[in-house]
Design a protein around this ligand. Structure first.
Ligand code: NAD
Ligand code: UDP
Length: 354
């Protein structure tokens, strides 16, 4: 008799989140590229809850295995370390193509790689969609509108993008990804969807990825200054991540394939006003005991103005008439409720790190 435990004890695990049991005919094989990132991991959660088979392809450049650790070992789930710039041979029914760093700090680290990811990565995933006859969804961005001269931005607006500035690797990368997507649709009949995503926030953003919400929340929690770039008059419209996931799935499942669809919140505010809102909310949550107090002797954060960044779009707000019409979708979370969830998440992360 061997003196080590039976292998059976290693293979039966019951601690997974609940997953719907789907009849075989309704179960899809779904590939999520960039599934270990902020948005991707929430999308994977939702697809898993719905009962589908999910494969994640990620090179962990800006994502992390920890965002998906709760699924590792589940029979419906597979995590593949790989890069979308390399071809992938796999059989799938749907492809959510999210792989691409999304924060300005991350995508500017290696501009050429960001462009390769958008161009070669999208080319490879469209080739895969063509061979397998999978439906393909591209996560494009409001950045394709650049510094918009039309406000709010409808899908029909062609944009005003600097083709060679520090943000162009991302903006032009996504523009070429859109062009490729519709090229494959027209030439090869690939069934495509394009979501133009506006600023989104929520739990699992990485604390140091440099975006507005993560920077301001983490600074407010640590009692450090909230740094506003420029005069703080630039506007952004903030959407909570669970709304984005509902929008992406609604678009994938819809019959609308004619063109891109804006997925964003029309809740527009200046960067300065978001900084003040986050600061006030953190104070309220501390006062109510929902999050830990500041360490004794430490002062509350203040807002600090620092030099503006190059090519920062001065305003951003989606026109979501099309999404309402063709997807019956609009955000359901208020920004305040989303911010509260996000603040609690980062407070937990900081407490764990201590
Ligand atoms: P993220 O950086 O958290 O996630 C991107 C994921 O893609 C990461 O896990 C990263 O490791 C992976 N990745 C990057 N390059 C890769 C490559 N070459 N091969 C394989 N994997 C690669 O960003 P996010 O906020 O989750 O954004 C996801 C998608 O949504 C991106 O395509 C982004 O452009 C788009 N988007 C996001 C927002 C937003 O506000 N979060 C707004 C507009 C568009
Ligand atoms: N921003 C800021 N301080 C920060 C982070 C961001 O003032 O610590 C500003 C930034 O200049 C921009 C807005 O907030 O005007 C949104 O920035 P983010 O990086 O979140 O997204 P994007 O610029 O891609 O919309």
């Amino acid at each position: 008799v061997p003196d080590w435990p039976s292998a059976v004890s290693f293979t039966s695990r019951t601690t997974f989140p609940p997953v719907k049991k789907l009849p075989k005919a309704q179960k899809r094989r779904v590939l999520v590229t960039g599934g270990a990132g902020f948005v991707g991991s929430h999308l994977v959660d939702r697809l898993m809850f719905l009962g589908h088979d999910v494969v994640v392809l990620d090179n962990f450049f800006s994502g992390s295995k920890s965002t998906l650790s709760h699924w590792v070992g589940h029979p419906n789930f597979e995590l593949v370390r790989g890069d979308v710039v390399e071809p992938l041979l796999i059989e799938v029914d749907q492809i959510y193509h999210l792989a691409c760093p999304a924060s300005p700090k991350a995508y500017q680290i290696n501009a050429v790689k960001t462009l390769k990811t958008s161009f070669m990565g999208t080319l490879n995933m469209l080739g895969l969609a063509k061979r397998t006859k999978a439906r393909f969804l591209l996560s494009s961005t409001s950045e394709v509108y650049g510094s918009p001269t039309v406000h709010p931005q409808p899908e029909s607006y062609w944009g005003n993008v600097n083709p060679n500035g520090p943000r162009s690797c991302y903006d032009e990368g996504k523009r070429v990804a859109e062009a490729l997507t519709y090229g494959y649709a027209r030439q090869d009949g690939v069934d495509v969807r394009v979501a133009r995503i506006f600023n989104c926030f929520g739990p699992r953003m990485s604390a140091d990825d440099g975006r507005l919400v993560s920077n301001f929340v983490v600074a407010a929690l640590k009692g450090e200054p909230l740094q506003v770039y420029g005069d703080g008059e630039a506007t952004r419209s903030l959407m909570f991540v669970h709304d984005l996931i509902s929008g992406l799935i609604a678009l994938m499942e819809s019959d609308y394939s004619e063109g891109p669809v804006n997925i964003g919140s029309p809740d527009e505010g200046s960067v300065l006003s978001w900084a003040s809102t986050i600061l006030a909310l953190v104070k309220d949550l501390r006062a109510s005991g929902s999050i830990p107090p500041l360490p004794a002797g430490q002062k509350e954060s203040e807002i600090e103005f620092v030099p503006a960044v190059v090519d920062d779009p001065p305003r951003r707000k989606p026109d979501i008439t099309l999404a309402k019409e063709v997807l019956a979708w609009e955000p359901r979370w208020t920004v305040m409720a989303g911010l509260e969830e996000t603040i609690r998440y980062f407070a937990g992360q900081l407490a764990e790190g201590e």
